[in-house]
Design a binder for this molecule. Sequence first.
Ligand SMILES: Nc1ncnc2c1ncn2[C@@H]1O[C@H](COP(=O)(O)OP(=O)(O)OP(=O)(O)O)[C@@H](O)[C@H]1O
Length: 263
Amino acid sequence: MQNRINQPLPLVTVNQLEKQYTKNNPSVFSDISFSIARGEFVCMIGHSGCGKSTILNILAGLEVATSGQVSINGHAIKGPGLDRGVVFQGHALMPWLTVEQNVAMAIRARHPAMPREDVQKKTEHYLELVNLTGAIHKRPAELSGGMRQRVGIARAFSTTPELLLMDEPFGALDALTRGVIQDELLNICTQTSQTVFMITHDIDEAILLADRLVLMSTGPNAHIAEIVENPLPKNRSRTEIHHQEGYSDLRKHIMDFLVKPNK
Ligand SMILES: Nc1ncnc2c1ncn2[C@@H]1O[C@H](COP(=O)(O)OP(=O)(O)OP(=O)(O)O)[C@@H](O)[C@H]1O
């Protein structure tokens, strides 16, 4: 799909979004406008309570905006849909199903007519991408937090969503596990050109993963303070990134933004 001047249309468009939960209270945020191109990884950063999860939930179709429009592929988002995959901090796996069954169930929901062997192959493929081949017959209770989160990621990717939404997906993980899963995520996103909108409080994570960073001012009545392009080349590596030119300046810029009052 292209616009009048032959530029590809963004996959996601957010236009003048506002959310007010209760009439007597101020809006959580207003005038939120941004877009996400196909294959782009966008991270949103901002202080607690500025409305990041609310924005993600509106994109997921789980929450309704007070005013403004959100569209995917040119169609207004009116509710949850299989064109969007969501990974939350709590993995939300079905505890009675095995790792394999949790992923296969999502694939069958997206492709009800897919032959059994293809579902199996797809399941194995995505579990391999997150290094869980050895755990496919385990149930969530038998897994570590990092492994559960990997199943959630494999499940989200296995449905090949147009847009992947992630709300602090690694927030509950220790630093080492977090780093390993970030690498895996970066690897899958590069392989699949997945479009992602992710919320994180971790500046280094945002610089590693995001092509653009949306910085939110503090709430209530939060707005977008700035949208920063990541100047670092797309083939970023967690072990090398801090040596790259531009890394320290970008990190300082975001850190300054977060420590100064932003109204
Ligand atoms: N269902 C709801 N009803 C009323 N108020 C809500 C509801 N959900 C969120 N809020 C309020 O909206 C504001 C924004 O919440 P939200 O969770 O979107 O912020 P956030 O930026 O994601 O915060 P955090 O970084 O702490 O997760 C908060 O003040 C919160 O109390």
